[in-house]
Structures are given as structure tokens and as C-alpha cells.
Ligand binder design. Structure first.
Ligand SMILES: [Zn+2]
Length: 373
């Protein structure tokens, strides 16, 4: 009797733990690897979660104008710790920093030029995603053999909240970058209906990447400073509790459509197929977690990570990486209408509800699963 009661209590606990899951948070970090990424990975590991890093290889060659003398060591640590490594282009499109001349990121950073028209040529700009892959391989030979290497499967466009996830869930940052002034300039204005030429080019690049099998992810929430223009922007990041309140505010709102500022917005994002339900993608940047020119980011912000993770978990959120935005397909699961799964880096939507069998994977059973491209 006592044993039965205990068993009943135990199964109750398990059921309530499952029922309590409130959603999934995808913490993503852009613009590394830099020196600060090393400590950031230590902090994520201590918090017991894995993140998705959208990287620019040029840091490993000293071209990124950051504290990056051991960027390669940082990237190696990301691989070793199991974080997902994804593609953010080799140089963050800094080769476009001067009008009509590809002067190179190193030059542009040195003279303080920023890419006003960040995207100029579909074919030329696209090559910087390939270059990113080549230069990671150059620094860490055999990197592609890591299971967490997703450089040819997952991408985020620099500056741009663009999405290519499923047949429906697509959208573009139509005012992400300007043709005349940097997008953070107070003089920047843009009409989403007409977009900017730079952002239109970015959308075409997104299409090209998607046609090569990439999934592109933007973000639902920017864990950024209150104001990028202040002397020490790293020192105004939200703390864990405030960030969690923001997560609760945006979940299931298709937040990118209404997000401020204007250049973060994805007005045409279609969240209607249900894959985004209960999911929040958070954008963060490695460089906001270092003590340096942006302020005391390491001292102030690194401890916020564990605080946020603990608070979010206590409230019922789970953390995952973007390769699992649709959960991995598994045998012996009762799949129902509306389900999405990932299998071999592709996303599938269900056609026919069924309980999966070991040899009924989505590529083997096109009558059961539709490849979402
Ligand atoms: Zn970036």
C-alpha cells in the first residue's frame, strides 16, 4: 500500500513536471568568437545550458576590431562544450563599408567606417558565408566533424531579423539596413512597404541560403543595452528577472512583427503554422560580456546568465539550441496533427498522425511527413 502510494506520488510528480513546461528559450550569441567568448562559455556551462553561437571567422584573423587575440581558443571551447556553431558570415558584411570598393573589414575597422549599405550584391555577399566555413576549417581543421558544427545548416544575416524556417514561417527585416545612413542613426527612416535596396538584397541572400538547405533564424527579443550610444552600453543589460518578464511579454506574440526599433522589425513574418508556439529566441552578443571599451560587461553581466537561467527554469521554461527548434524525430512517439520534427537538419511537418516506428523516419515516409523548405 505504502509502495503504491509512493509510486502514485512519483508518477504525479512526473506528470506535473511535464505539464508545467511553459515554453522553450533559445539563447543565441552573435559576433564571436572573441576573447570574452571563453568566459561566456564557462558561464553557460555552469548554468547547465547550451546556446547557439552565430560566428564571424574574421575575429580569428585579427580583423574584427575586438579583443580577439585568442578567438580561436574560444571557438575550440565552444565546440568542446557542445554549443551550436552557426554561420553569421565571415566579416559581418564589413567588406561593404565603402561605396563601391571592397576595402576589407580590417581596413574599415581601422578607419572607423561602417557599412551604410550593408548588402550590395547577392552573389558577392553570399560568398562571405562560404568564406566563414573555409576560415573556420583553416583554424580548426576537421571542425565540420563535430556534431555541434552547423555552419552549413544554420545562419543568421548580419544586422537583419530574417527568417527562413518553414514554407510558411518566413520573413524579412525590410528596414534592417539603410541605403544612406547607419540604421542606428537618428536620421534613419524607412517605409517597410518599399524597403531599402540593402534590405531587399539581404532578402534575396536569405532565399539563396534557404535554397542551399540553410535554416535562417532572426530573434524575438534583443538582450541588448538600453542605448547603444552611451559610453558604456554593456552596463545597462537587463538583469535575469527583468529579462524573464520580457520573455513572458513576447511569447506567442510573433514579436518580430512589432519589435522596436524599426530596424529590428520583421513586418511580414508569418507565425501562423504553429511551429513558433511557446518559443522565444533571444539575441545577445559576446562583446557585451567582457570588461573593455563597452564597460564592465564581464563583472556585471556574466552573473546575470545563471540568474536568468535559474529563474526561467523555475518558471517552467526549458533551454535548447536552434537545431532543435522543431524537436528531433524519434521512434515510438505518438505524433499528432500540427507537429513538426527535425531530421538530419531538415524540418518536417506531419501529414498523417501516427505512432512512429524505428524505420519510419521522415525521409523514408513521405506519406507521413512533408519536408518544409
Ligand atoms: Zn551580428
Amino acid at each position: 500500500m505504502k509502495k503504491t502510494l509512493l509510486a502514485a506520488l512519483f508518477s504525479c510528480t512526473v506528470l506535473s513536471a511535464q505539464a508545467a513546461e511553459k515554453g522553450v528559450i533559445y539563447l543565441t550569441f552573435d559576433d564571436g568568437p572573441i576573447n570574452a567568448s571563453n568566459q561566456l562559455v564557462t558561464e553557460l556551462d555552469a548554468a547547465g545550458i547550451r546556446a547557439t553561437f552565430f560566428i564571424n571567422a574574421f575575429h580569428m584573423f585579427g580583423e574584427g576590431d575586438e579583443n580577439e587575440s585568442y578567438a580561436t581558443t574560444s571557438l575550440q571551447k565552444m565546440f568542446n562544450s557542445g554549443h551550436i556553431i552557426a554561420n553569421h558570415s565571415d566579416d559581418h558584411m564589413l567588406h561593404n563599408c565603402t561605396d563601391g570598393i571592397e576595402s576589407g573589414a580590417f581596413y574599415c575597422n581601422r578607419v572607423g567606417l561602417w557599412p551604410v549599405k550593408s548588402y550590395r550584391s547577392v552573389s558577392a555577399d553570399l560568398t562571405y558565408f562560404d568564406k566563414n566555413i573555409q576560415r573556420v576549417e583553416q583554424e580548426i581543421p576537421g571542425a565540420y566533424l563535430y556534431t555541434n558544427y552547423k555552419m552549413s545548416k544554420l545562419a543568421r544575416l548580419p544586422y537583419t531579423n530574417g527568417w527562413r524556417v518553414t514554407t510558411k514561417m518566413k520573413g524579412d527585416g525590410r528596414c534592417a539596413t539603410s541605403d544612406t545612413v547607419p540604421p542606428w542613426d537618428p536620421a534613419f527612416s524607412c517605409d517597410a512597404a518599399t524597403s531599402t535596396q540593402s534590405s531587399k538584397t539581404a532578402a534575396q541572400i536569405a532565399d539563396q541560403l534557404a535554397s542551399r538547405g540553410y535554416k535562417l533564424y532572426g530573434w524575438d527579443l534583443d538582450w541588448g543595452p538600453e542605448n547603444w550610444g552611451v559610453a558604456f552600453p554593456a552596463e545597462t543589460l537587463l538583469d535575469g528577472d527583468a529579462l524573464l518578464a520580457r520573455v513572458n511579454a513576447v511569447v506567442n506574440t510573433c514579436a518580430p512583427r512589432t519589435m522596436n526599433p524599426l530596424n529590428s522589425r520583421t513586418p511580414d513574418l508569418d507565425c501562423s503554422d504553429g511551429i513558433a508556439r511557446n518559443k522565444v529566441v533571444i539575441l545577445a552578443h559576446d562583446f557585451l560580456f567582457e570588461n573593455g571599451k563597452r564597460g564592465q560587461g564581464a563583472t556585471i553581466n556574466l552573473p546575470k546568465i545563471k540568474r536568468f537561467v535559474d529563474a526561467a527554469k523555475a518558471e517552467g521554461y526549458r533551454f535548447d539550441t536552434l537545431d532543435n527548434y522543431a524537436p528531433q524525430w524519434q521512434p515510438y512517439v505518438a505524433y499528432k496533427a500540427g507537429d513538426f520534427v527535425s531530421f538530419e537538419d531538415k524540418i518536417y511537418s506531419i501529414i498523417q498522425p501516427h505512432t512512429s516506428q524505428i524505420n519510419w523516419n521522415p525521409t523514408a515516409t513521405p506519406a507521413l511527413w512533408r519536408n518544409e523548405i
